[in-house]
Design a protein around this ligand. Structure first.
Ligand code: 5GP
Length: 120
């Protein structure tokens, strides 16, 4: 899938639409999901134009990959869910249910997250 810079997260990164920022560094942005599914639901995205995990793993720099990984742990720390536990999910492609074609990790917690994937 080619990267489409009209996607909603690209617009957030360009400041064209607002977000509730949780944390940011040179390579990564974390912000609250607009439709939270748990008490804590934060999206972590790279600032670079990567469609999904495969694209990011293959082409992002080591610094970008390190920043992304660390930001997920940092978000868990600053939202207070690191101790009680949380889940990190990335939906990828059609079967994965990815709606926004810019790589993102969902960080969910603050209450029990439930079974890994519902049957159905
Ligand atoms: P996906 O299904 O692609 O893994 O998840 C996309 C997520 O982006 C959804 O959880 C959805 O609620 C969130 N989302 C969609 N549009 C916006 C928006 O404009 N702002 C924010 N903060 N989140 C959004």
């Amino acid at each position: 899938m080619a990267y489409d810079d009209g996607n909603i997260f690209a617009k957030i990164l360009r400041g064209e639409i607002p977000c509730k920022k949780v944390a940011e560094d040179e390579h990564t942005l974390a912000f609250e999901d607009i439709n939270p599914l748990r008490a804590v639901h934060v999206l972590v995205i790279p600032k670079g134009a990567y469609v999904d995990w495969r694209d990011f793993a293959a082409t992002a720099s080591a610094d970008e990959q390190t920043a992304f990984t660390r930001m997920i742990a940092y978000v868990a720390d600053i939202t207070g869910i690191a101790g009680s536990g949380y889940r990190v999910i990335s939906n990828i492609g059609r079967d994965g249910g990815q709606e926004v074609p810019h790589l993102h990790m969902h960080v969910l917690g603050g209450e029990p997250v439930g079974s890994l994937v519902p049957r159905g």
